[in-house]
Ligand binder design. Structure first.
Ligand SMILES: [Zn+2]
Length: 158
């Protein structure tokens, strides 16, 4: 998996155009790792649950997890929440797909098949080298978006 900061920064940049609820999209960008890591953290010695955590990086199970998570929201907000969390989570999976592995890792078409699908362009540590670029781009976009609110407003003391 690429570094979590790469997931968050690229998602923020992509959401600049999508204009979905930023916090939900960013949570969505972490969602597959949160979903998968719960089992590893709670039962690190359980081989079966570790394997299940790998399967939880497949789109259908991630979307199912998002669907269940969205049930925590008010009914009127669920559609927007599902869309934002799903976009963030699917962006996470797309970025993960670009990573090289020594063994089969991401089962994109589970539960239909156990064949893996990846476009192995980068090793996971190579993503870390791109962080300064993504960070700079994020700051530029953030500044451009918040330019109006950064302008000093006159106060009662002026
Ligand atoms: Zn991941």
């Amino acid at each position: 998996m690429p570094d979590l900061s790469v997931h968050l920064l690229t998602t923020y940049i992509a959401n600049h155009k999508l204009k979905l609820e930023p916090y939900l999209v960013l949570v969505g960008a972490m969602f597959p790792d949160i979903l998968g890591r719960v089992f590893i953290v709670l039962w690190p010695q359980n081989y079966v649950l570790n394997w299940v955590s790998v399967l939880l990086h497949s789109p259908i199970l991630v979307l199912l997890g998002v669907y269940l998570a969205v049930m925590l929201f008010r009914e009127s907000e669920r559609k927007v929440c599902f869309l934002a969390l799903s976009i963030g989570a699917l962006g996470h999976l797309l970025l993960d797909m670009l990573q090289r592995h020594y063994r089969p890792s991401y089962y994109w078409f589970f539960p239909f098949t156990f064949r893996t699908f990846e476009i192995p362009l980068f090793w996971s540590d190579e993503f870390v080298l791109t962080i300064p670029f993504w960070f700079l781009l994020t700051v530029l976009i953030w500044r451009r978006t918040h330019r109006q609110s950064l302008v000093r407003r006159p106060t009662n003391f002026d």
